[in-house]
Write a protein that binds this ligand. Sequence first.
Ligand code: XMP
Length: 509
Amino acid sequence: KILILDFGSQYTQLIARAVREANVYCEIIPYHKKFEADSSLKGIILSGSPFSVNEENAPSVDVAEFINKLPVLGICYGAQLTAKAFGGRVDKSNKREFGRAKLVKSKEDILLQNVVDHSQVWMSHSDSITQLPEGFELLATTDSIPIAAFRKHQNGSAKALYGIQFHPEVYHSTEGKKILHNFLVNICGCSQNWTPASFVQETVAQLKQQIGDAHVIMALSGGVDSTVAATLISKAIGSRLHGIFVNNGVLRKNEFEKVLETYKQLDLNVKGVDASKTFYDALAGKTDPEAKRKVIGKLFIDVFQEESQKLNYIRFLGQGTIYPDVIESISVHGPSVTIKSHHNVGGLPDTMHLSLIEPLRFLFKDEVRKVGLELGIPSDMINRHPFPGPGLAIRILGEVTEEKAKLLQDADDVYVKALKSHDLYNKVWQAGAILLPVKSVGVMGDERTYEYTVALRAVTSVDGMTADWAHLPYEFLAHVSNEIINNVRGINRVVYDISSKPPATIEWE
Ligand code: XMP
């Protein structure tokens, strides 16, 4: 494996994903965290950082000590830190260099082997290395900086040491993958055996050992993460996994039945609990979005606990937690560490005294999908849009009632089916219909109608943090509008949401 020491760069996770894409396993740890240099560890990558190496209290590690044990690659800040540590110079550039540059090779080396000369690389830095330490060799420059890549001349038992000013991990560095491959395979000697199949095999074996003959309970949502996690656990312990899938009344149309059917096909031991009436009762009179979220979260826990009490021999709680939720991140407001904690099922109480089983704890979302496909989970489920825990309740503005839920389920179903049949579903990141608390006048045949309005939302995004409204074709929108108004009794008007995030959010509540 490879360790990535994080100095707080926004690109650190991209480095990890690029390494994993080369089928090499890696982990991200805060730069100051101690680690074991055991035989499985093949190399170290130093990340970028928002800090300057010349600042007082700039985050730092002892690079000289590392190279007694392992090959090291410094990227951006990591390269500057390396240069400075061995007596080189790093100065503030006149202007911040951001964007594309052309990499000009000055010397042949394994790191840049097979990399085309003048290839495009992505820069993002305000300091530059102006002088290399003694015993270091220049490997490449660009038009604007004299030192874009370097290596330390190898002597004695010290391992290879490289630094690059640009970011090989970002898409815009066209030869970046090749450079990382050269470091991982040709310099560190990693074998490229981190694949979905090997992950499944190793994880199932580990789970068998960890769980022994005990039983595991787990809440499933029909989403990718919980389904993949449950399938792995089930492969290890079979029906000693007790899945609970709750119908909270605000799932999509027929979703409860369809998802249970898929679980059955996957041979998962999952109990469907239809608690929709209880949820509708609890939601009555609630109009504030946060209040609705709380009601649903709390009731969900109540239902789940009630079910788990029936199985009093359970020792473990399965969860679909993924890597981005658990990476310890470096705060840019100072080299302190904040740990994000996130529970997919909304924080089950500690009073349950269950130990956690989180088989996806070290996977990125795209890896979860690949593992899911490897496990034979239908691609429909693997490629499904994100869907919020409180479901349609936060897409029914104001009070949620059973009637409104049915109305929105019907409209949403028409919309999602049309997206799929028009080959647009996989081109947007998330889509759904919103039931507005507005009635307006319409005319149908000879009759005046006074009915609800539905808003359609579709966005493109990478991670949901920012999003652009999807420019769906007019013809498609016209088709969906017609279908909804003609087929869903109670809706006589359809509008399309053309707001981006920020300042709007994806959900309306
Ligand atoms: P917003 O509306 O904040 O949504 O732009 C960003 C992403 O988060 C989802 N979302 C939620 N997911 N519980 C969830 O599990 C919630 O309360 C919740 N609110 C928003 C939203 O669907 C989108 O994918």
